[in-house]
Design a protein around this ligand. Sequence first.
Ligand code: IPD
Ligand code: CA
Ligand code: CA
Length: 263
Amino acid sequence: MSFIENINETVIDICRNAGDILMSGFRSESTVISYKSRTDLVTNIDKESEEYIVSAIKNKFKLHSVIAEEGSGRETDSEYVWYVDPLDATNNFAHGIPFFCVSIGVYSKIEKGIVCGAVFDPCHNEMFYAVKGKGAFCNGLPLKVSGIDDMGIALLATGFPYAKDDMERNNLKEFNRFLPGIQCIRRMGSAALDLCSVAAGRIDGYWEPLLKSWDTAAGSLIVQEAGGTVTKYDGSEYDPEYPEILASNSLLHKKMIQILTSE
Ligand code: IPD
Ligand code: CA
Ligand code: CA
């Protein structure tokens, strides 16, 4: 087993254990919801999950950097940076909607890209994971993007940023450009699982603005390893620190770039 495959075994174990933490607080009266802003929720379970993840990484890979959504990570000089979303889709979680996950992607400063990652959906017991160059899997079975090449019958997903009242940036312009010419759009509420859905061929494409590195790091590699394409809106190289993403089954990518970049 290579060093990266070994890291990914740990990523998978940590995601599964963090998934147990999420389930312990799901639909539980003891879960406490607070507001980072009017539209941005966080719960004590986001924090518990992150506390566990960050300490588990530290136990095994003491020197690696960790960038985690709730702020408990640490920056080091290590080659490896772990991007951690301890609970992706807090809004679903807080409303009792069974669609959320843990997402962890590992970036190599030398390879300048994500080298492995996992996304675990504990409600459906689905563990999505990928190691660069080794394919993408869900519960041990290989993932493959869809074969749809006609936008007219494409099922896409997207999401809306927390700044809903900013009409220039709230994604409604892009949404309206796509809607008339496709089969339909889903807003499932988890960027990481949207990406896994592209990888699994359940949807054909996905775009979203104003995301963070921890939302997309793992999912971006899972899509690419399943045969899909992941870029910025203009088709240039995906960067986890850049706040927008376009992912597709590859066949629809050019068309989606045209729609996103048209005025
Ligand atoms: C959110 C989800 C959602 C996306 C938001 C993200 P969080 O993550 O991924 O689908 O639309 O932009 O911030 O806050 O629940 O971890
Ligand atoms: Ca997230
Ligand atoms: Ca989160």
